[in-house]
Design a protein around this ligand. Structure first.
Ligand SMILES: C[S@@+](CC[C@H](N)C(=O)[O-])C[C@H]1O[C@@H](n2cnc3c(N)ncnc32)[C@H](O)[C@@H]1O
Length: 370
């Protein structure tokens, strides 16, 4: 039977409602969690606590909506086996880089070597797509394309692709206050809401490439110090259809929510520069699909399909742990359709948002089982 709305929304869990002082940004973005911006992730400390509560030691955990890889990274830190699925190719690239076992010495040597060659003017700029022509100033575009040609010859090409994407994001012709979803290229000076003065769009990318290459070395080295040697799999595809490499002891995930975020579009620059395959038609809950009755119906069916596939890949007593802000009360029906029974739920208070997306809200943790 489906859970009632009161059942879903009971119990504020103060242990999970960290304040800014308890959990400063530096901790929330520790090591590889800040390798590249990603809108819509959950925080590593929440995942650590969910593992502690719901996953047996040295067990196996699955995240069917793995996104930027928070679950997988924390599974490595907690000594769990893990697998993550995502429909968006860039997210899978980012996860592979975050979770990979890099040899710190050769990684640092090679990244510094590529940087030195870039600074000597090596590499070929080559042709740009219309998007790249429109969204970057001429110098920034040449910097990025030249770096790309050096990255492609490298042994650590994927790491350098992530550095390239991060620099491209910062170097787009945007305003400082619209980095998440800039509506159109900003070609001239503009009044900046963030800095309260006139600002100009970026013209170069070389300083970002240098800064992010060095930051990436530091972050991957910091993670290597806490990363345990456990199997981790990143699967690119639609979680409704993929064969999942179970059995798992738990699912820990935060699904997309309907009409909020376009997960492909937020990294459009990366798809364009890296030639990644765009599978947005299979993306569940994309903002572009809106929140009409038909869109919500498709969302409910889609998420239920994913959870059903996950349930089939789990050990009999395994728990499905879902973090969601279910304003529309869709999850009672989703769980029922997926053949899952709600066992427990708790809420956490989230009040740390800064900038123009400010605002506090509640997140619910649903714990279900077959
Ligand atoms: C809320 S985000 C997950 C964020 C993740 N918890 C993190 O911390 O990075 C939801 C993810 O679901 C992915 N997604 C959407 N539809 C999907 C599908 N059909 N199969 C697999 N992944 C999908 C999106 O690409 C997005 O990365």
């Amino acid at each position: 039977m489906a859970a009632t709305q009161e059942q879903l929304y009971s119990g504020l869990d103060l242990d999970l409602s960290w304040s800014e002082r308890d959990l400063p940004e530096r901790e929330r973005t520790k090591h590889v969690h800040r390798l590249h911006p990603y809108l819509g992730k959950y925080i590593p400390q929440l995942v650590e606590e969910l593992f502690r509560r719901h996953v047996p030691a040295r067990g196996a955990v699955l995240d069917p909506f793995a996104g930027s890889g928070t679950t997988l990274v924390q599974a490595l830190e907690s000594g769990l086996r893990s697998a993550g699925v995502d429909i968006a190719a860039f997210n899978c690239l980012l996860m592979r880089v975050k979770t990979g076992a890099h040899a710190p010495f050769s990684l640092e040597h090679e990244l510094r070597d590529v940087l030195a060659r870039f600074e000597r003017g090596e590499g070929e700029a080559g042709a740009a797509t219309p998007y790249v022509e429109a969204w970057f100033a001429p110098q920034a575009r040449d910097d990025l394309l030249r770096f790309r040609s050096l990255a492609e010859q490298s042994e650590h090409a994927d790491v350098l692709r992530v550095v390239l994407a991060r620099a491209a994001r910062s170097a787009r012709l945007t305003t400082h206050f619209d980095l998440d979803f800039p509506p159109a290229p900003q070609v001239g000076p503009y009044w900046c809401h963030k800095h309260k003065r006139e600002c100009r769009p970026v013209e170069r990318a070389d300083h970002f490439l240098r800064r992010y290459a060095l930051d990436t070395i530091d972050r991957l080295k910091a993670f290597a110090r806490v990363r345990r040697d456990r199997p981790v799999a990143v699967l690119h595809g639609d979680a409704r259809e993929l064969e999942l490499p179970g059995p798992f002891d738990a699912v820990v995930t935060s699904p997309p929510y309907p009409g909020l975020i376009d997960y492909h579009e937020q990294h459009r620059y990366a798809y364009e520069l890296l030639g990644l395959e765009d599978r947005r038609v299979r993306e569940l809950g994309a903002a572009a699909q809106g929140a009409s009755r038909a869109a919500l119906g498709a969302y409910v069916e889609g998420i239920a399909g994913v959870l059903q596939a996950c349930a089939a890949a789990m050990r009999p007593r395994g728990r499905v742990v879902i973090v969601v802000n279910d304003r529309r009360n869709l999850y009672p029906e989703i769980l029922e359709r997926a053949g899952l029974g709600l066992e427990q739920s708790y809420q956490r208070h989230v009040n740390r948002r800064t900038g123009r997306r400010a605002g506090e809200y509640f997140e619910t943790v649903l714990v279900a089982r077959r």
